[in-house]
Design a protein around this ligand. Structure first.
Ligand SMILES: Cc1cc2nc3c(=O)[nH]c(=O)nc-3n(C[C@H](O)[C@H](O)[C@H](O)COP(=O)(O)O)c2cc1C
Length: 181
């Protein structure tokens, strides 16, 4: 079975990145993938200091192991100052080739302003540098404060269809690249 890990790059309670990740998770689960969501706000992570070992922070190993065991990864980030969040960058800096090389990655961003691809393009560059295969399908949710209903469902049908195409591509390409059913 395809194993996917989902990570959202916001620590904010009620985060739209987390809500977008939940939508994506539901869609990939419907296609038969097994998903684990890693909530960064519930992990205690240090700033990456360039070393490999963080003995005082067992959650670093927890994060690394969960991603290492996955075939695919969904990254959902807020756009912060025209890029992806520092929280997510730090989590990625605590990992590397061992966790991401030859994995399939899908990218989502949420923005307070108009939809654009700034954070997604920057994340795509980072993924290339740790040898992950990022699918071309991606989702950017502009004005995220009006994108979700109270129950977390997407209000816009076109956006919802984008999530379907995203999930389909992520699961199909993970199966192909990883040779799992
Ligand atoms: C430090 C900071 C920088 C931001 N920069 C941008 C930005 O460049 N473009 C934009 O559209 N929204 C920007 N926003 C708004 C966030 O993208 C928006 O509030 C988003 O919903 C936050 O994600 P979250 O709901 O997952 O916490 C910024 C918010 C913060 C806190």
């Amino acid at each position: 079975m395809v194993k996917i890990v989902g990570i959202a790059g916001s620590l904010r309670a009620g985060s739209y990145s987390q809500q977008a990740l939940t939508v994506a998770v539901q869609r990939v689960e419907a296609l038969g993938a097994e998903v684990e969501v890693l909530a960064l706000r519930s992990l205690t992570l240090p700033f990456c200091d360039g070393g490999d070992e963080y003995p005082d922070y067992p959650d670093v190993e927890k994060l690394r192991q969960a991603v290492q065991q996955a075939d695919g990864i969904i990254l959902a980030t807020p756009e912060y100052h025209g890029s992806f969040s520092g929280v997510l960058k730090n989590a990625l800096d605590l990992m590397g080739f061992e966790q991401f090389s030859d994995k399939v990655v899908g990218l989502i961003s949420v923005l307070g302003g108009q939809s654009n691809s700034n954070a997604l393009n920057d994340l795509r560059t980072t993924m290339r540098w740790i040898h992950a295969w990022t699918i071309p399908e991606q989702v950017a949710i502009g004005q995220a404060w009006k994108a979700f209903a109270e129950d977390g469902k997407l209000l816009d049908e076109t956006l919802s269809k984008r999530f379907d195409a995203f999930a389909q591509s992520l699961v199909e390409n993970t199966r192909k690249l990883r040779g799992v059913s």
